[in-house]
Write a new protein. Sequence first.
Lengths: 460, 96
Amino acid sequence: MTISDTLQQIKDSSARAVIENVIKLAKDNADFHALLNLTEERALKRADEVDAGKITGKLAGVPFVVKDNFLAFGAPTTAASKMLENFDAPLQATAVEKLEAEGAICIGKANLDAFAHGGSTENSAFGPTKNAIDPTRVAGGSSGGSAAITALNVVPFALGSDTGGSIRQPASFNGVVGIKPTYGTISRYGVVAMASSTDVIGSFTTNVADAELVMEIMSGRDVRDMTTLPDFFKIEAQASPKQKIGLIKDFMTDAVDIDVRNRINEYADKLRADGHIVEEVNLPMAEYSLAIYYIIVPAELSSNLARYDGIRYGYRADGIKTLAELYGQTRDQGFVTENKRRIMIGSYVLSSGFFDAYYLQAQKARTLLINEFDELFKTYDVLIGPVAPTPAFKLGENTADPIKMYMCDIMTVPASLVGLPAISVPAGVSESGLPIGVQLMGPMRSDAKLLALARSMETK
Amino acid sequence: MTQITRDDVLHLAQLSSLELSEPEIDGLRTDISNILGYVEQLSKLDTNNIEPTYQVTGLSNVWRNDEVINYGVTREELLARAPESVDFQVKVPKVL
């Protein structure tokens, strides 16, 4: 379902009829567990206001879903955790406010790995989301619920956050378009923080044009998030011809699923057929990216999650006698194991005796990775490769071994560490019919150019 | 390779304000050892004379006008989110 289809439906019937139908569809698809809560009452009220002409805009009446780490009215903002299970947001994220200002209607809050820690949505405190194409498989993560609900054609778009691949990988696993914009493109104000130097927010859509429209609305500098870049995003009507494109060889080794490699190579051939030049390129630092990521991100999130202390909001453990017990037991009970694992790794790498060997070394290695990308972008406009080494894996397949789960992020973390825009677009399916995405990456602020290229290839 | 002991796990938990329950401790010890073992590969990289990167946009000294932003949220609404409050203050157990 696209945004323009939905606008046509609203025109032909009413916003109320469309929203009622979407809520029914969401309930019919409850078995996938893509949504944690519906915001039904508020959504219907807003639909009536659209029909009464009180709410107008480019997206008047168009339903969407937010990952449940966005502060949004109408249902609790849980971050899929016991810690925030009953937390009602006192205000809304800037991104949500901007979409509402254009008339869009949030109908529900999507499942995620608790606090966005994970790559399969299996770390949700409320149970995993199932893959939209094969319910015995994971939806990917951490924005698994947003990806699945878009792929199930319940809503034309959903919001997600991406710290190391959390939009791109579930987009690939469910066969939808997922964009992680340039770091700083969209305000993160009102989104539960994970790793501040790589967190970005973006969207899931069923086509590229919708991704561009949603991004145009959400992007821009926000004084409430001082890391936002001055406005730069402007949709480009046509893709530039004869682009020079690098296919990252390090992501196409024998360890990568053969169907994945085949689909990527076919996409490269289509780019060539369209007049672009595609050459294989090397990114030797790619093999270190995951190690860099799993030092920097735990370090940052251990700081960001220090705020969940049971004092001012959220969960507080019962039967507590001292303040130390209150902190310790609240956090033990409010976080899932993966949260604790990452917080403790963060505490370790930031400890005085280990800081230089781990955290500082990772930040220097990050510079080396950035240098390699800078060098490649002197010659190439765009880099392509797979999004993940495999299509969606089975539920439970990787839960016993955290490193095996982390390996699924190996192709998405480089763009996150460097801050680059990266998109996952459908590139076909595996032999068994599972979706496979191709990843397009460009230099900082090249989002519009990248999206125009992806759009030009959509029907080819 | 880094070996993490049970005492290390308990120390890290204390640094992180986590009172771990007994069944989780052994699993975390194994996982943390393995993860640290994996990330140690960075020690192979020569990073002499390389500056660390802490942020990627290059923005610095970002200013805004010194004006009050109305967040539309009252003190009552925020206090209502605290597990316990009394007389417009958040209530916590005794510290001493």
